[in-house]
Ligand binder design. Structure first.
Ligand SMILES: Cc1ncc(COP(=O)(O)O)c(C=O)c1O
Length: 405
């Protein structure tokens, strides 16, 4: 886990340099106050919970806008679809990005105008396309001729944007490989749109989630510029650039600040005329460091000479991103020396292993709280009730407004 002794912070040992002091790290800290989290756990604990401060979400949005004044953020609802989080973003005038009908309905119920919503899932059922179009959604992503036809046949007036494949180098949760049209596929999509008279009017890409490499945005924007040129040549009217999500948050590895990424993006955007609408789809960046995920040790044992610790939340309870190697900062209230632990969730499924050989205090035991920092995104959103374990509770407050919700 690199330079972090996660638990030692809570153990009141000597101060350890925060990761942002590491070389190449330019991201100032933004995180929920740990004392608030500990108190919340002590006051009441019935099941794992996420505690999240929407004041931090508001600050992150403001900071994103300041770093990239030309780029309109559309929050990726999938990162954390909690109504109270969405409401805070609606109040701040944020746009949104959706993957499904259910996400659209959530936004419509909060009064979000449908034209503020980008439908960026590159593969959509016809019924979902028709529903969204009927509600007033205007923009739909495609990354194949098949999807282009499906959207165009379902809603001839839709504005389409093509998702192109771009490098995901240096992203902790890569998204390339599944979505994104390659160069020849993009040519085919452009030619088909021109032939059908479909309004292919934009380009998008995703650099990979938790992307620590600003160059990915520069390369993505340059490639998009090339696709704009091909669209113009084909007689299409390109007018929207969507630079996707991927903006990173603090965990244990050094990350570039949003300002550093913004400088790269702002420079690359100079290749696009002012009347091109530029948007982004930040998800993790907006909600991750606004929250802590709290769970508890159910029990410990030794199996085959290995220490095992079982928590009351595992992969199915929302702590799933560790499976791709994402490293959280994990805190606890114990002071013992770190030893390697295997950490499992509470279910009987053998896949439910959250961490292997994770250095954590040797004296952790049944009933202890585990605090996972900056876990406001892609935790509760993933959780299921598999094996009959309850969904985590989501406690939301706004420290700037003093209103408990
Ligand atoms: C189409 C699309 N847009 C935006 C996002 C949000 O990405 P992130 O949370 O890394 O900002 C995702 C994440 O999977 C995505 O698939």
């Amino acid at each position: 886990m690199g330079a972090r002794p996660p638990s030692s912070i809570a153990r009141n040992s000597k101060p350890t340099p925060e990761p942002q002091e590491q070389l190449f790290d330019t991201h100032p800290e933004a995180s929920l106050d740990f004392e608030i989290v500990r108190q919340a756990a002590r006051q009441r604990y019935t099941r794992p919970f996420l505690i999240l401060d929407t004041a931090i979400v508001r600050q992150k949005l403001e900071r994103f806008r300041a770093a990239m004044p030309r780029v309109r953020p559309h929050y990726a609802v999938k990162a954390n679809p909690d109504r109270r989080v969405l409401k805070a973003l609606v109040q701040e005038g944020c746009g949104f990005e959706i993957a499904s009908t259910a996400e659209l309905d959530l936004l419509l119920a909060l009064g979000v105008p449908a034209h503020e919503v980008l439908y960026s899932n590159p593969m959509k059922p016809r019924a979902a396309i028709a529903y969204a179009a009927a509600k007033g959604v205007q923009w739909f992503a495609v990354d194949s001729v098949d999807e282009l036809r499906r959207v165009h046949e379902t809603c001839a007036g839709a504005q389409l944007y093509v998702r192109i494949a771009t490098p995901n180098i240096g992203s902790d949760w890569p998204l390339s490989g599944k979505f994104g049209a390659g160069a020849s596929e993009t040519r085919e999509i452009v030619a088909t749109a021109a032939r059908l008279g479909a309004d292919l009017a934009g380009v998008t890409f995703h650099v990979g989630s938790q992307c620590r490499n600003p160059e990915n945005w520069r390369v993505g924007i340059e490639k998009a510029r090339g696709v704009f040129d091909a669209m113009l040549k084909a007689g299409l009217k390109p007018r929207m650039l969507d630079i996707g999500g991927g903006f990173p948050v603090r965990h244990v590895k050094p990350i570039p600040s949003i300002e550093v990424i913004g400088a790269v993006v702002n420079e690359a955007l100079k290749a696009f005329p002012e009347d091109v609408q530029v948007v982004a789809e930040p998800g993790r960046y907006m909600t991750s460091d606004a929250g802590y995920f709290v769970c508890r040790v159910v029990g410990t044992t030794v199996r085959g000479g290995k220490r095992w610790m079982h928590w009351d939340a595992g992969l199915f309870g929302g702590i799933i991103e560790t499976t791709e190697g994402l490293k959280y900062r994990i805190r606890c209230d114990r002071a013992g020396p770190d030893v390697p632990w295997n950490v499992a969730g509470p279910t009987c499924d053998s896949v439910d292993v959250v961490l292997r050989d994770e250095p954590l205090p040797s004296d952790l035991q049944e009933g202890d709280f585990i605090y996972i920092r900056n876990a406001g995104a892609y935790t509760t959103a993933y959780a299921s009730e598999f094996n009959g374990f309850p969904l985590p509770e989501v406690r939301v407050f706004d420290s700037s407004r003093r209103e408990a919700r």
